[in-house]
Ligand binder design. Structure first.
Ligand SMILES: [Zn+2]
Length: 325
């Protein structure tokens, strides 16, 4: 027994702590006042597992995409090695459930953009061996597979290679993530993917009109596929035009959850904080504050069963359906 299982364990669907560790040279295993996440703060917040994003800064593209990716994976593996059994790199559904039971922190490897992947999918296959279990097709940028949201969105969907990448991921048991993908690409994933897919850190566009958020039509399509949305705590995706210094109450976050639940039910919404990658509401200043969000859900009338689905059950269902083991 290396940890205790929190009352409601949280699977956080998107965090950028690997980037923060690289930039600040702090340790994941020691409490720090820097950034939003480290193991002690995650534990205090009841966070049992995290999708751990590998992000490649734009200035490193295209030539350093692969080495930057390998450096981030190496960093994560060193965190695991130095953790004395407190952190495991998750390779299977069974291992994840086991970690939740034992109170071991589960790190799930995610690439936030496919820039390191080659057209022959050599890097994809080897990345699976390294532990890759979730892939965003792009990070708001154009690459050989897709177009992102924002200025580089010219309305083009997935390329032929992008469609093939989705099929490869389906076959290999790698989850597809459409956060940061443009609308045309989203609909191509709906058409091509035979497995549930996720928007790991996106909110409802009906409440906050931002291209990083999903329209009601998209939310319905994602739910029909059996997927989920991880609610993003970033203030810019919660309140239109919100910037640093703008006070965004937790109730707004629950408004987004309410909206999605009213549209498609409670089986298709989860959490995807964007810790260490975005500006948080003051009440969610770091990972240790996560229980405040759970308390707000309870205050708003969500049952224990619904709260468990939002906090971890929906993520578990999707992983069980998508991963090969
Ligand atoms: Zn992101």
């Amino acid at each position: 027994m290396v940890g205790t299982r929190p009352a409601v364990p949280v699977i956080d669907g998107h965090t950028d702590y690997l980037l923060s560790l690289t930039e600040t040279r702090r340790s994941f295993l020691e409490e720090s006042g820097i950034g939003h996440v480290d193991l002690p703060r995650a534990r205090r917040g009841g966070i049992a597992a995290m999708l751990s994003a590998v992000f490649i800064p734009t200035e490193e593209l295209p030539h350093h995409a692969l080495i930057q990716t390998l450096r981030a994976v190496d960093l994560l593996k060193r965190v695991v090695a130095e953790s004395n059994g407190q952190v495991e790199l998750i390779r299977s559904y069974r291992q994840l459930v086991d970690c939740l039971d034992r109170g071991v922190f589960g790190a799930i490897l995610h690439y936030e953009g496919a820039e390191a992947i080659d057209p022959e999918f050599t890097v994809l296959r080897l990345s699976y061996e390294l532990g890759l279990r979730s892939l965003g097709l792009t990070w708001s940028r154009t690459n050989i597979f897709a177009e992102g949201v924002g200025p580089e969105d010219h309305g083009n969907g997935l390329t032929g290679l992008g469609r093939e990448l989705v099929r490869q991921c389906n076959a290999m048991g790698i989850l597809i993530d459409v956060s940061h993908l443009n609308d045309a690409g989203f609909w191509d994933v709906v058409a091509v993917s035979e497995k549930p897919f996720v928007a790991s850190h996106s909110n409802a566009r009906a409440l906050c009109d931002h291209p990083r958020n999903l329209t009601d039509e998209q939310i319905r399509a994602l739910a029909e596929k059996g997927g989920l949305m991880g609610i993003n705590y970033c203030i810019s995706f919660l309140v239109p035009g919100a910037r640093t210094g703008v006070e965004v109450p937790l109730s707004v976050l629950v408004d987004h959850i309410d909206h999605i639940v009213r549209l498609v039910g409670v089986d298709h919404v989860a959490l995807g904080s964007d810790f260490d990658g975005a500006t948080m509401p003051a009440e969610l200043a770091d990972a240790a504050q996560t229980p405040k969000l759970i308390a707000e859900l309870s205050r708003r009338g969500y049952s224990d069963d619904a709260i468990e689905k939002i906090c971890f059950g929906n993520w578990l269902r999707v992983f069980r359906e998508v991963w090969r083991e």
